[in-house]
Design a protein around this ligand. Structure first.
Ligand code: BES
Ligand code: ZN
Length: 989
């Protein structure tokens, strides 16, 4: 089924097997991107020549000239073990002036450490020119004769270094090495260990046109005039594109910021404004901010804008404000309320109060990710922050609450305690993803957020992690593109899922206590995964729970994948074995698998189960890297493993086991919780996909759905059932599947109706059910949706928020060119981000080939489709049967342009590859994709490409295994139903 979230980041709410996000890391390593330094204007001159000569002599005597490695005796920098980089550096590295660049590593040495930065910027929003001055106070960790610092696309116009007495230290050479985005300052004297120095730089750069660094964004005011704002997005490695800095997460420092602006604008920074004063230049104002806390560079943010604002003081006295264009500010109240509430709640949850006096949330019109947790100044995509009760659907509202809860969780997990190096990114993102359901659930107790965890996190993570092309949660990365590539489903959703599993066996209270200890031990500092395990071990031991937390969790973080637990029961004796689950059969014996298991692909599995004797309370056995056997009590008629699907594994039963569970579902499905029902559906359909069990098992199980009324199992079922529809495209099973799904949904469709009422989950279910009805060709549903569409179009009749998606989609799918044009016009004029997002999705539903093509071409024109939305358009069009081939052709034809827009080899390109190739199901199409990418360099998009190719192979495998069985089963089943209908027509009505 078309999934009605137009995602900010494809993997966040996207369909299984898709991990992607959109951040424009433009031309990081493009050959043309050079930094220049006008050495001539270097203002430091060594005046005491004699001393200088002695200093030089000493350096020459004790070190290899200009080679910091020679003086480097410090501890290894965290995560620095791997030197792999996907960008072949020049050998030997050659600086822009042709001289050898003496530092070869893409990581910085840890000779010097920044203490604080005084940064002053003057961005001109008209010319895009940015002038900067920067003073960095440093301390020398080791004796060294060089300072190496990051910079990208920055023209350093002067530099000087002074010791703590203000005495200048001569900088003999200033070198720039664009492939590693580094600047090298060669000093004429040795910096003394433990001494402080001051580095002064002046520089120039431009506001960037992409979506990272310090960049320009724009919006239209109520008169239709274009207004510009300047904003930042630094994570993971783009602070260096705004100002020279030690751009690694462990190099924390304090920031003093000032910005020169025009009077019509105001500025925001991580910290509150300290003062505003006129400058010498006419009409300009200098804003100076309070000093920041110690923080990593990627969390720095500043904005120059003319937005409106709403604000509120939390109970704990933090000033929370939401900023947005004036035309949208009425949609900011919901986020203000939710964020204030969650911020206070997290204070209590984490046991450490939020340390800053303010928290700003701002909606940025052009934004690559969904949101960014900059400390005290969180930036959001408009759709992730704006909510209007009349227009916005429950799904989009939930997205707002969830994103807010996620970014606020980062204020502790990520900001206060930061991963030492990006290889442990999951500590940031896995935790924030785990907390987002808790935070949103606290703000919205009626939303069953914790129950939704299964469908939002565990299912998509299990789906991706069943591919050979998955990767371990902890993965070595070094260069910027590699770093970017791990912002994926594994770090986010598998990370969240294994914390959830950990919580299932130590409990919420111990988890909380362990997290508090971890935060307390590492605040304003950095940590690695083992620091978390040791804090948790400490608290569990204190409470006499003797668990080897690290031993257990290492099996989940260091190996890719997860186990399939195969269970057979004979006379009350259970035998459970574990083996890595790979959904593509051919991979099982692949000798070239990329991620060698450190633990032989065996896991420490908390194997839980419930039985008919005790359906409400589960029993647990540990599988400690092994298989296990145990006996059940008497009279067990059915047993369901992985109770509540808290564990990150799948279960296969023997045929009797499946039969017994199917029987329970058919006779009284509420014996099992909604989570257990969803978990059975997800497992059974996936095992069919893998060819492990016959399709008839899944189909027989699915028949119980006629009686299912809950969102969570239905959502799971829709994902799989409609995937089968799309897989059998062009085969007889296609229409049979639609017919069959129709028989399953009909009772619920009739029950749920077209009134947008009920609980949050009922509304979510209605939206999906109506859309399913339309897709199954239910004429009444199609007519009702079309009627509402025309009423909206012609009479301006408002549509209830949760019906909009199905109404707009259907209106366009069965509508005319004029209907499409109407949506285009609404897209261009609406000031409601959730509405624009629905338009973007609806326009992709057209069956008119000309309109499909035109829409695709709009993605090449930034004035029509903003770069932030290109990926959504390509993805939605690819889901349209009439759009898949044009989208694939379009991406191939314009590969160079699209690549240039998002950055050659960027992660977005990986996400695009996945989006356009995911509908393919034949060997012919596989060949086409392989052929195209044989000649195209995808760089770090390699993993996404491997995942895309594996997904196509999986689809082919599905055909080979299941096409016939499915067709046969459906024929039989549907003819049974027709017969029944003929015999008892009134009952089916
Ligand atoms: N730290 C990320 C933002 C980010 C994403 C930076 C990718 C660099 C690359 C932020 O906390 C985040 O994860 N945002 C998500 C939203 C969240 C609810 C999952 C996003 O961007 O969609
Ligand atoms: Zn995050």
């Amino acid at each position: 089924m078309s999934d009605h979230d137009v995602d900010d980041i494809a993997f966040l709410t996207g369909s299984p097997n898709e991990s992607g996000f959109m951040v424009n890391k433009r031309a990081m390593y493009e050959p043309g991107a050079v930094m220049v330094c006008s050495q001539k204007r270097a203002c430091c001159v060594v005046t005491m020549g004699f001393i200088a000569i002695i200093a030089v002599a000493l350096i020459v005597a004790f070190t290899k000239p200009g080679c910091p490695e020679a003086t480097y005796t410090g501890e290894p920098v965290p995560g620095m073990s791997s030197h792999a980089t996907s960008i072949p550096p020049t050998t030997p590295p050659t600086a822009t002036n042709g001289e050898e660049f003496p530092w070869t590593d893409v990581r910085l040495p840890f000779h010097v450490k920044p203490l604080d930065y005084h940064l002053k910027l003057h961005p001109n929003l008209t010319t895009k020119h940015v002038a900067g001055t920067l003073i960095i106070k440093l301390t020398a960790i080791e004796e060294t004769t060089a300072i190496i610092i990051h910079g990208r696309d920055i023209n350093v116009t002067s530099y000087s270094l002074h010791n703590k007495y203000g005495k200048p230290i001569d900088i003999r050479r200033f070198l720039v090495y664009p492939p590693h985005q580094q600047l090298y300052l060669e000093l004429s004297e040795m910096l003394r260990r433990g001494s402080n120095y001051t580095l002064n730089l002046t520089f120039e750069t431009n506001l960037r046109e992409g979506l990272d660094g310090f960049y320009l964004s724009s919006y239209k005011d109520s008169d239709g005039n274009k207004r510009y704002i300047a904003t930042t997005h630094f994570e993971p490695t783009s602070a260096r594109a705004a100002f020279p800095c030690f751009d690694e997460p462990h190099m924390k420092a304090r920031f003093h910021m000032s910005i020169i602006r025009e009077p019509r604008h105001f500025t925001l920074f991580n910290m509150p404004l300290k003062s505003s004063s006129p400058t010498n230049e006419s009409d300009l104002v200098l804003d100076t901010f309070q000093e920041s806390v110690e923080m990593s560079t990627y969390l720095v943010a500043f904005v120059v804008c003319d937005f409106a604002m709403v604000s509120n003081m939390t109970e704990h006295k933090v000033n929370v404000s939401v900023y947005a264009p004036l035309t949208m500010i009425s949609q900011a109240n919901y986020s203000l309320r939710v964020s204030s509430y969650i911020l206070d709640y997290y204070d209590k949850f984490f046991g450490v109060p939020y340390p800053l006096p303010k928290q700003d949330l701002i909606a940025i019109p052009d934004f690559g990710a969904g949101a960014m947790e900059n400390w005290g100044l969180i930036t959001y995509r408009e759709t992730a922050l704006m909510f209007d009760p009349v227009h916005t659907s429950s799904r989009a509202q939930q997205r707002v609450a969830v994103v807010i809860a996620h970014e606020l969780a980062h204020q502790w997990f990520g900001n206060l305690v930061t991963m030492s190096w990006w290889s442990d990114l999951w500590l940031n993102e896995g935790f924030a993803s785990f907390m987002e359901n808790i935070g949103a659930g606290i703000a919205e107790p009626g939303w069953a957020m914790e129950e939704q965890f299964i469908v939002e996190k565990i299912h998509p993570a299990l789906s991706l992690d069943a591919l050979m092309a998955s990767h371990p949660i902890s993965t070595p990365v070094t260069d910027p593109a590699q770093i970017e590539s791990i912002f994926d489903t594994i770090s986010y959703k598998k990370g969240a899922s294994i914390i959830n599993m950990l919580e299932s066996f130590i409990g919420r209270e111990l988890l909380k206590e362990g997290l508090r200890l971890y935060l307390e031990n590492n605040r304003y500092s950095n940590a690695a995964t083992d620091d978390l395990w040791s804090a948790l071990t400490e608290v569990t031991q204190k409470h006499n729970t003797m668990l080897d937390i690290k031993g257990i969790m290492d099996t989940w973080t260091l190996q890719a994948g997860f186990p399939l637990i195969s269970v057979s029961v004979q006379d009350g004796h259970v035998m459970a074995s574990q083996a890595r689950f790979l959904v593509c059969e051919e991979n099982v014996t692949d000798p070239n698998e990329p991620h060698n298991a450190t633990l032989g692909y065996k896991w420490q599995v908390p194997l839980t189960y419930i039985t008919n004797n005790n359906p409400d309370s589960s029993t647990m056995h540990w599988m400690n890297l092994t298989d296990i056997e145990f006996d059940l009590e008497k009279d067990v008629t059915w047993i369901k493993f992985n109770a509540g699907q808290r564990g990150f594994y799948r279960v296969n039963y023997d045929p009797e086991g499946w039969d017994a569970l199917i029987h329970v579902l058919h006779t009284n499905h509420t014996t099992l919780s909604a989570a257990d029902r969803a978990s059975l559906i997800d497992d059974v359909f996936t095992l069919v996909k893998a060819g492990t069990i016959n399709a008839s098992v899944a189909l027989e199980l699915s028949q119980y759905l006629v009686a299912e009324t809950m969102y969570i199992p239905w959502h799971t079922a829709f994902q799989h059932l409609f995937q089968w529809v799309s897989l059998s495209f062009n085969y007889p099973a296609h229409t049979l599947m639609l017919e069959y799904i129709h028989t399953l949904i009909l009772p619920q469709y009739n029950r749920i109706g077209w009134n947008d009422t009920g609980t949050h989950l009922e509304r979510l279910l209605r939206s999906e059910m109506l859309s399913a009805a339309v897709q199954c060709g239910n004429t009444e549903a199609i007519q009702e949706a079309q009627r509402m569409f025309q009423d909206w179009r012609n009479n301006n009749q408002s549509i209830p928020p949760n019906l909009r998606s199905v109404v707009y989609d259907t209106g366009v799918r069965y509508g005319s060119k004029d209907d499409w044009e109407h949506c285009w016009q609404v897209y261009n004029t609406s000031t409601v981000p959730s509405e624009k997002s629905l338009m973007l999705q609806a326009m992709a539903q057209t069956r008119d080939p000309w309109l499909v093509q035109q829409y695709l071409e709009y993605t090449l024109d930034h004035s029509k489709i903003r770069p932030q939305d290109v990926m959504t358009v390509l993805k939605e069009v690819s889901k349209n049967p009439g759009g898949r081939l044009p989208a694939w052709r379009m991406v191939r034809q314009h590969w160079t342009e699209i690549s240039a827009l998002f950055g050659h080899g960027s992660f977005t390109m990986g996400a695009i590859i996945k989006a356009v190739t995911s509908p393919f199901t034949s060997s012919f199409e596989l060949g086409e994709v392989e052929n195209f990418f044989r000649d195209v360099e995808v760089g770090p998009g390699e993993r996404a490409l491997a995942q895309a190719l594996e997904t196509i192979r999986l689809h082919i495998q599905w055909h080979e295994h299941n096409q016939e069985d499915v067709t046969h089963w459906l024929h039989k089943q549907l003819s049974k139903e027709t017969k029944a209908e003929e015999t008892f027509p009134s009952e089916v009505e």
